[in-house]
Write a protein that binds this ligand. Structure first.
Ligand code: URA
Length: 439
């Protein structure tokens, strides 16, 4: 049996870490034989030293195999986001892609740091079950064409444990740890085609396009070594995606988007990611294939096929879809109005908005916290909008008056209004660029 102190010494040293090293970490995390404090110490060491692409691949494979032998996915394509604020893309994309006949089998995560998690959002739908066995996951995909599950004992369990520890030890924003965490779930799920939504901006774990590109390239390299066809889209996270941050709020917004409405930026990311998934699933590269896939998914979103598929999917995983149609219940709301001078919105800080939502219970401060689905923040303005004094800028949903007041202050801090020409700088694009593994 490995003495984990030797593993820790190696991680703190400067030598190359090999497959056996990462197997010891992944096994110890999955079978609980290594305690939290030793795993946390290992994460801190790796966070500080970084991993080479070879080490990242070896770690990814060790995590992917932590639930047993790898099996092919029941779906044809998968997607994953590196994490952002207000990112409810999966809730729309998964049924949309399934509605054009491409099965989607996805494994998702929970909220991490100030970013929300798809599983928490789905669990705000009464009855929705994310803890599916591998067999159930495959059966739902077979029957409905789409299923989203949490990690389980069979699906990259080591990542599940390390993910929660990274959140608690502020070791989330490491490119190697993010790449291994995401790619291990994709490989364990058996993906053959994949689209990565790499967020860039203050609300993400990549502060610049160059940083996002490096993370995208690292994940594409892991995908390529694992035999997965993949594309990465660098998308904007300089402000929250859509208008809502909080679990039930985001499901309500996703439902509006599935009805053909929803905020323009969310719709644009949904269409870009979905088109890329369709093109990857068909193994079709190039601008013509991408344009054809784009037309197909737009028609399915506007024609209601994606909405119908969402209904089927939610019901198949035990969720009360009629409740979604009626609107999921929310905590009492307070309107936030603009208290400053007239001007143009120059920033809606996604980090502050993400933290504001987390503080009132939409996310977790520590892994054991229980999220409250009813709370969150709606931000009604975008960078570049004109504001006059007293104009509505947001709405906060919280359980107590003191929490509402705190969240109102945070939203006011997050929105910056400027009268100068700087405020009129062009809005960043929703999608910065796309990179892919060779076809
Ligand atoms: N999503 C994941 O699954 N893991 C990360 O580390 C970040 C985002």
């Amino acid at each position: 049996m490995t003495d984990f102190r030797d593993v820790l010494r190696a991680a703190r040293g400067s030598g190359t870490l090999d497959g056996a090293h990462f197997e010891a970490v992944a096994r110890g995390a999955a079978d609980q034989s290594v305690p939290d404090y030793q795993l946390a110490s290992w994460l801190a060491a790796v966070y500080a030293r970084g991993l080479s692409p070879e080490e990242t691949f070896a770690f990814t494979m060790a995590l992917a195999r932590s639930g047993g032998p790898l099996e092919p996915s029941p779906g044809a394509v998968d997607k994953h986001s590196t994490g952002g604020v207000g990112d409810k893309t999966t809730l729309v994309v998964a049924p949309l892609v399934a509605s054009v006949g491409i099965p989607v089998a996805k494994m998702s995560g929970r909220g991490l740091a100030h970013t929300g998690g798809t599983l928490d959002k789905l669990e705000s739908i009464p009855g929705f079950r994310v803890n599916l066995s591998r067999d159930e996951w495959a059966q739902v995909v077979e029957r409905v064409g789409v299923a989203v599950a949490a990690q389980s004992r069979e699906l990259a369990p080591a990542d599940g444990r390390l993910y929660a520890l990274r959140d608690a030890t502020a070791t989330v924003d490491s490119p190697a740890l993010i790449a291994a965490s995401i790619m291990s779930k994709k490989i364990a799920g058996g993906a053959r085609a994949l689209v990565l939504d790499v967020k860039v901006g203050r609300g993400s774990f990549n502060s610049s396009v160059a940083e996002g590109r490096r993370l995208a390239q690292l994940m594409l390299e892991v995908a390529s070594r694992a035999g997965i066809r993949a594309e990465a889209l660098l998308t904007n996270m300089e402000e929250p995606l859509g208008q809502t941050v909080g679990n039930a709020l985001e499901v309500n917004e996703a439902w509006a988007t599935l009805q053909g409405g929803g905020p323009a930026d969310l719709r644009a990311v949904v269409l870009a990611v979905s088109a890329a998934m369709v093109a990857q699933a068909r193994g079709a590269g190039g601008p013509d294939a991408a344009a054809a896939a784009g037309r197909e998914v737009r028609a399915a979103l506007d024609g209601g096929q994606a909405r119908d598929k969402f209904r089927e999917w939610v019901q198949a995983q035990g969720g009360d879809v009629d409740q979604v149609e009626r609107g999921l219940p929310l905590a009492p709301a307070a309107l936030v109005t603009w208290a400053g001078e007239a001007g143009v919105v120059s920033r809606v800080d996604p980090l502050l908005i993400g933290r504001a939502a987390m503080e009132i219970g939409a996310g977790r401060r520590v892994a054991a916290d229980v999220v409250n689905p009813r709370v969150g923040v709606a931000v009604l303005v975008k960078t570049g909008d004109r504001l006059s004094p007293g104009a509505p800028v947001g709405r906060v949903y919280a359980e107590s008056p003191s929490e509402r007041e705190q969240a109102v202050r945070r939203v006011r801090e997050a929105v910056k209004v400027s009268a100068g020409a700087a405020a009129l700088a062009p809005r960043p694009p929703v999608v910065w660029e796309a990179l892919s593994t060779p076809h």
